[in-house]
Design a protein. Structure first.
Length: 296
């Protein structure tokens, strides 16, 4: 029996690109093989990750958040592993939900494995693009001390910052010092991040302005990283490299992100989010639960 094609969309936030799979009733069964096939830039569609949009009532791990959010972001890294939170991804997903009429504009809570995040889209866009803001929460500094990162033959101290996912942030004088980030930099001690870590290299370019490159776990170097931008700001502030500010500009290879910091350290991430293509998928690895209820 031939499976019917499944809709998808392709979007990006400052060059950090994603595939969106609308799945309100939770009928898709994403396997690691399927994710890797879809994200492959030569034999698939290509992306830094997959965002499955499913109703919170249709997936057990989001059921506890059903009272506060209608939609759950099932985020998958391109290597097939499960992710908890993605600052650019959640803005892209919100853009899709609003511009396709699946959610109204304004305040939009979205459940994630890191908890519910509150997104704001001022109005729908007929061009499927525009800035989106998400409340990222407060950074946590769980330690341990003594973390180091080695890249391009050099080793630097790093700070562990958790933004719903773990980051090891290195402060540099020049981003070129990080070298080629095609392969993951080495992190010590070996057991500091048992589930992997995204590694950010940040440089202070002036008051309230940071340059950033990130090697994301499961993805490699990406054009931008929303949680990484917040983690870099937390690292710069913790290190006392600059006077604390209430807003920052973060320049990544793919574009600029803005982060507002409240007095209690809560961060709000704002940046571009665009849907660039929509279509249907025909993949042998696409698994559908035909017994699940079909979404209205």
């Amino acid at each position: 029996m031939t499976r019917p094609p499944h809709p998808f969309a392709k979007g990006h936030g400052a060059g950090n690109d994603f595939l969106i799979l609308p799945d309100p009733a939770g009928r898709l069964r994403l396997t690691g093989e399927m994710v890797r096939s879809l994200c492959d830039r030569r034999t698939g569609i290509g992306a830094d990750g997959i965002l499955r949009a499913v109703h919170t009532t249709a997936v057990p791990e989001a059921a506890s958040m059903a009272g506060e959010a209608e939609w759950f972001m099932d985020y998958r890294n391109p290597d097939g592993t499960v992710g908890a939170m993605c600052g650019n991804g959640i803005r892209v997903l919100a853009r899709y939900l609003v511009d396709t009429g699946l959610s109204p504009a304004g305040a939009l809570p979205i459940a994630t494995r890191a908890g519910t995040r509150h997104v704001h889209i001022p109005h729908p866009s007929t061009r499927f693009r525009g800035e989106v803001t998400v409340k990222m929460g407060r950074p946590e500094l769980p330690g341990p001390d003594g973390i180091t990162v080695t890249a391009a033959g050099r080793t630097w101290p790093a700070l562990h910052v958790d933004m719903g996912n773990p980051h090891a942030v290195v402060l540099l004088d020049d981003l070129g010092q990080a070298g080629d980030l095609t392969t993951a930099p080495a992190v010590t001690p070996a057991g500091a991040f048992p589930h992997g870590v995204s590694i950010g290299f940040a440089v202070l370019r002036g008051p309230g302005r940071i340059g950033l490159r990130v090697h994301e776990r499961g993805a490699g170097e990406t054009r931008a990283c929303g949680t990484g931008a917040c983690a870099a700001i937390a690292a710069v502030r913790t290190a006392g490299r600059t006077a604390a500010a209430d807003s920052y500009l973060v320049d990544a290879p793919g574009g600029r992100l803005r982060v507002a910091v409240l007095p209690d350290d809560t961060m709000y991430l704002t940046g571009p989010a665009a849907i660039v293509a929509q279509g249907t998928l025909h993949l042998a690895t696409l698994e559908v639960d035909t017994d699940a209820a079909v979404a209205a």
